[in-house]
Write a protein that binds this ligand. Sequence first.
Ligand code: NAP
Length: 434
Amino acid sequence: MPVTVAIVGSGPAGFYTADALLKDGNVEVDIIDRLPTPFGLIRAGVAPDHQTTKKIQQKFEQTALDDNVCYFGNVEVGRDVTLDELRGMYDAVVLAVGAPFDRKMGIPGEDKKGVHGSAAFVGWYNAHPDFRHLDPDLNVKAAAIVGVGNVAIDIARVLIKTAAEMADSDLPDYAAATIHASPLTDVYIIGRRGPIEAKFTNVELRELGKLETAVPQVDPTQLPDGVEGDWDDRDRRLKERNLATLKEFAARRRDELPKAVHFLFYASPVEVLGGDRVEGLRVERTRVEGNRAVGTGETFDIPCGLVIPAVGYRSVPVPGAPFDAQACIVPNQDGRVAPGLYVAGWVKRGPTGVIASNRPDGVAAAAHIRQDIAAGNKPGRVALQAILGQRQVRITSIADWQKIRAMEEGTALPPAPRRKLSSIRDMLAVLDGS
Ligand code: NAP
C-alpha cells in the first residue's frame, strides 16, 4: 500500500515536499489549502511586478497534476477537518502553513487608522481574499515603511511605480485604481540599524534606482567607506554590492524626478503620531553596538499619513499541533514534530529566505517520512473525500484551479498576465458557470 501523506498548505514549502515525496514513488500525496487557489505566497506574496519569480507555479501545477497527487482547495484544517482527524486518516501529515500574520512593532499608536502591517498590505495589492477589503487610505503625500527587508522594498516599489510601469503586472484593478490615484510623492524606508545590517538583497535594491518618476535618496554620511565586521564571504559580497548601490543612490539629486524613496538608517520607531489617524512617525536615532540597535535618546518626526510595518511575519498555532509562542514556530527536530507529524517552510524555521529556501525543508520532510514509515497502512484520500463529502465541503480540484486560471488569463488586458479574482465567491462562481 502506498504511504499516504497530507500536506497542509500549497505554497512553496508544500509543493517542494510533494515533489520530494514523488521522487521515491509508492506514495499518495494530498495537498490541502484553505483557498480555492493554490501556491500560497507565490500567488499572494511575490510582488505583482515580479512575474518571472511567479513562473515557478507552472512547475508546481505540473506536480499537482501528477497521478499520485490530489489538490483539495477551499478546505480549511480546523474548520472543515481537524488535524487529529487528518492524522487518523493519513500515515503522515506535513504542516506547511507558512507565517501569514504580521509581527507588531510594539509601539504606542500602532492601532491608528492608516497603519497597515505588511502581510495585510501585500495581501491587499495581491488580491488575497482575506485582505481585499483592507481599503487603505492612500490619499497621502508621504508613507513610512518600517524595516529594511525585501518586503519593505517591494511595498515601496509597488506604491511609487506608475500605472505604465505596472502595466505588465497582475496588480488587481481595485488596488491599481487606489495606488495610481494617490498623490504620494515621498516614501521613507526606515531601518533601525545601519545599511550594512539591512536585510534586502541587491537585485531588489537596484530596482529602486530605475524607477521612472521616483529617485532613491540616502544620506551619504550614513554610508561607511567599506564593509567592516565578521561576515562570511557570501554575506560580505552582498553587503559590498548593497553599499555600492546605496552610494550610487546617495549621489542622485532629489530634484531629478518628482517623487522619492528615502532610506533612513539608524532610526527606530518609538511612536505612531496623530489622533485617530496617522499623522507621522516618531523615530529615535540609534547607533549599532555589537550588532544591536541602541537608542541615543534623540528623536525626530517623519510627517506621513500611512505607516506600513514590514518587520517580518509570524506563524500562528495550528489546533492540535504544538506551538512555540516565543519563536512563533511549531517546535521540531529538522522537520519532525511527533510520530506521523512533520513541518516544512516558515512554520518550521521562521519567516526567512527566498522561495527556493523551502526546497531543503521539503527534501528533509520527505526523507524523514521515508525513514519513519516503511509501508502505508492508513486510507488517506478516500477517507478525506468521505468526511468532506459528509460535511458538504465544496472542494476545488486542480482542474478547477485551471478553470479559474484560464478565466483570469483570458480577461486580462495585455500586457498584464492575468486579472486576478479576489473573492472566494467569485472563484466558485466561475466554477459553477454563473
Ligand atoms: P526581513 O528580511 O526579516 O526584514 C525585516 C526587517 O524588519 C529588518 O530590517 C528588521 O530589522 C526590521 N525590524 C524587525 N522588527 C523591527 C522593529 N520592531 N522595529 C524596526 N524594525 C524592525 O523580513 P521581510 O522583509 O518580511 O522578508 C521575509 C523574507 O522573505 C526574507 O527572507 C526576504 O528576503 C524574503 N523575500 C524575498 C523577496 C525577494 O526575493 N524578492 C521578496 C519579499 C520577501 P533588524 O534586522 O534590525 O531586525
